[in-house]
Design a protein around this ligand. Structure first.
Ligand code: FES
Length: 170
């Protein structure tokens, strides 16, 4: 529901609200302001919650359906904060056929979350993506923008454990 108060919503945080207002003010008069505002806020805040989308719609005088439409169409927009590390599974044809579903199963087993979710410690977010242009190395996963090809479930488990271990307190 749109009226719920969420302490983690950027609109409830004075510093972040100031950023949101400044960005809206800066671009409101531009043609195509919606996309520019959404892009800039995704970059600066890191995600676009439902209340933020409603606030942007109201401030720019555009229908909320338009904002929702744009945010849900482009995968680089997110409605929740991403984890510190982003792990994407390519589910383009070559990777899908090459074993992406098995990698996703392994990820669920190791991390206990599904694509689209973040581990409770905020360390890892899982997502799926389209072909990343490295089909000859299928199946490919992308960890923090770096491609890892010919991935296998057991190797994936080790790679992800390494990522998590680097973060563990010494
Ligand atoms: S289908 Fe995965 S890199 Fe092309």
């Amino acid at each position: 529901m749109s009226g719920t108060t969420n302490p983690t919503d950027p609109l409830q945080n004075a510093a972040q609200k100031a950023i949101i207002d400044a960005v809206i003010k800066q671009y409101a008069k531009l043609p195509g302001a919606t996309m520019v505002v959404l892009n800039t806020l995704q970059e600066k805040i890191g995600y676009l919650t439902k209340p933020m989308q409603e606030y942007i719609a109201k401030s720019l005088g555009v229908p909320i359906s338009k904002i929702h439409g744009v945010v849900s169409f482009y995968s680089f927009f997110t409605t929740e904060p991403r984890g510190k590390h982003l792990v994407k599974f390519c589910i383009g044809t070559a990777c899908y056929v090459g074993g992406a579903p098995q990698l996703i199963d392994k990820a669920k087993q190791v991390l206990g979350i599904e694509p689209g979710q973040t581990t409770p410690d905020g360390l890892v977010t899982l997502e799926v993506c389209r072909c990343v242009g490295a089909c000859s190395a299928a199946p490919v996963i992308v960890i923090d923008e770096v491609n890892h090809g010919r991935m296998q479930p057991q190797r994936f488990a080790n790679v992800i454990k390494d990522v998590i271990q680097v973060e563990a307190p010494v």
